[in-house]
Structure formats: C-alpha cells, structure tokens
Design a protein around this ligand. Structure first.
Ligand SMILES: [Fe+2]
Ligand SMILES: [Fe+2]
Length: 280
C-alpha cells in the first residue's frame, strides 16, 4: 500500500497557466488520425498484442530488482536523453527537453516544489528502453491487465490479438480482481509509469506518486473507465492526476528550454527529495 500523507493542495492552475498551449491549440495534440502516424499504430498493435497478465508479471520480476546499474539522478536523465518516444504523435524532442518544459510550466503556475520535481522526472522510467526493452513495453498509454480491456483505450481493436482477450479467467469485467479493490492491487500494462513509481515510492508524497504511476492511464483519468476497480484513495487522488496531465501534454513545443540556466534550481530540488544515487 501507498501510505504517504497527502500534502497541502497545490495552487489552482486555472487562472494562469503561463507556459501551456492555448485551448484551440490543444485540439491538435494526441491526434492519432494525423497523416504519417503509422509508426504509432504499429506501436500500439505490438503493445496491445503482447501486454498480457503473464507478460506484466514477468516484467515486474525482471525489472523491480533494480539491479541494472547505479547512477546519480542527473546521470540517469542525461542517459535518458538519447531516446525518442515513438508512441508520441506530438514531439520529436529529446526527453530532457520535454521534462524541463513540463516542470517549468508547473513551476510558472506556482505549484509546490515536489510537484515541479515530479514534472521533471516523470518519464525517467523510460530508461528501460535503453536497457534493451522494446518501446511498446515501456511507453504509451497504460491499462489494467487481468480483466476485460476497455474499448476506450487507444486503438482497442488490437486487443483482439491479445491472448488474455480470449481467456475466461481474464476477459470478464472484474477478471482476477474484486470490485473496489483499489488500483494499488491492479496490475497495469508494463511500462515506465509503474517502474518509476516503484523507484520513487519511498521519496515523494502520495499525490506525486499517483501522477507518476497513472499519468499514462488515460482510460481512467480521461475516459472515466475502470471505476469499478478503484477505491476511495484512488478517487481522492484522481484530481492530482488531472492537475498533472495538461503540463505533460500541453507544455510540449519544439522550442528547447535552456538547461544550463535551469540546472542549479533542479540540482537543489533533486538533492532535497532524491537519494544521491539511484539503483535502476
Ligand atoms: Fe510518460
Ligand atoms: Fe511525459
């Protein structure tokens, strides 16, 4: 269970979202119908085909020992920076630029420092790609496994290729779960969200952990699906996931922020919350 106390509410993001795209501009994001998007379609075909319950359990056993390598948080971010996320229709930017843009937009709106730090590290789990995992097992939208796949997950037609879809143990509404069990008891499709949550759970407050763990779970936080599996703690923290989402999505632009100017601030922030070295 996640037991950290809930910190004070962040300042309202509604009035001044200085570094976010405007409402009309936002319609152009996450547009999976735009031309040249075959790369994303192929990505989700692989993702939905292979993310079975057995696959997720095997990945947890493989990666949650954190025995790959040990490095400082900065070294991990610089290591991550060589990756381009092929599931994302919106950007071709280096990862660290996306993280800086997300964090700076959160900071510009006056939110607490742990929220800014969450923005700065939320995709750090994508280092799994650099350890040799295929991108379909690291990035993209996430969904529960071990129960029926929602038709509101992106590209739901590809779940027909998933062996669990035809397995009577897993293809009912609740599958292996009991109603109201809470998301902490639910196995999500494997990726950078769960991996980073497990890496950070001793270091950040619970709202930050919800943002990290469920930021790609659009079927829940955007589409309102899987409510039958959530509990009171999930319901109480959904608002934090909502608060985080526009910074992840709409702070994206093709204008890179200047890392050298921002580094001292983020040095202090990482020193305040994170261990000096991370076991990945
Ligand atoms: Fe992400
Ligand atoms: Fe992100």
């Amino acid at each position: 269970m996640m037991t950290n106390a809930t910190p004070q509410a962040a300042a309202s993001p509604s009035a001044h979202t200085a570094l976010l795209a405007s409402e009309p501009e936002r319609a152009a994001y996450r547009d999976y119908a735009q031309p040249g998007i075959d790369r994303v379609r192929t990505f989700y075909r692989n993702n939905h085909k292979h993310q079975t319950l057995d696959f997720v359990l095997a990945k947890k056993a493989q990666w949650l020992t954190f025995s790959q390598r040990e490095m400082t948080p900065w070294a991990a971010l610089e290591f991550l920076n060589t990756l381009v996320d092929e599931s994302d229709p919106d950007i071709e930017l280096p990862q660290i630029s996306h993280l800086l843009q997300t964090a700076e937009a959160i900071r510009a709106d006056g939110h607490p420092d742990w929220f800014v730090l969450t923005g700065f590290i939320h995709d750090l789990g994508k280092v799994l790609c650099l350890f040799g995992e295929p991108q379909w097992a690291v990035v993209g939208d996430t969904f529960p496994v071990g129960c029926r796949f929602s038709g509101r997950v992106v590209y739901p037609e590809y779940f027909a290729l998933n062996a669990d879809n035809a397995d009577a143990r897993y293809n009912t509404e609740n599958g292996i779960y009991t109603p109201g069990c809470g998301l902490d008891a639910v196995h999500m499709s494997w990726g950078h969200d769960e991996y980073l949550y497990q890496l950070m759970k001793a270091h950040l407050p619970l709202p930050a952990l919800y943002m990290i763990r469920y930021h790609s779970f659009y079927a829940w936080h955007r589409e309102g699906q899987y409510r039958h599996l959530t509990d009171a703690q999930d319901a109480a923290h959904l608002g934090w996931v909502h608060k985080f989402n526009p910074y992840d999505l709409y702070s994206k632009s093709d204008k890179p922020p200047v890392l050298a100017e921002l580094k001292p601030y983020y040095d202090d922030l990482m020193a305040k919350y994170l261990p000096a070295s991370l076991k990945l």
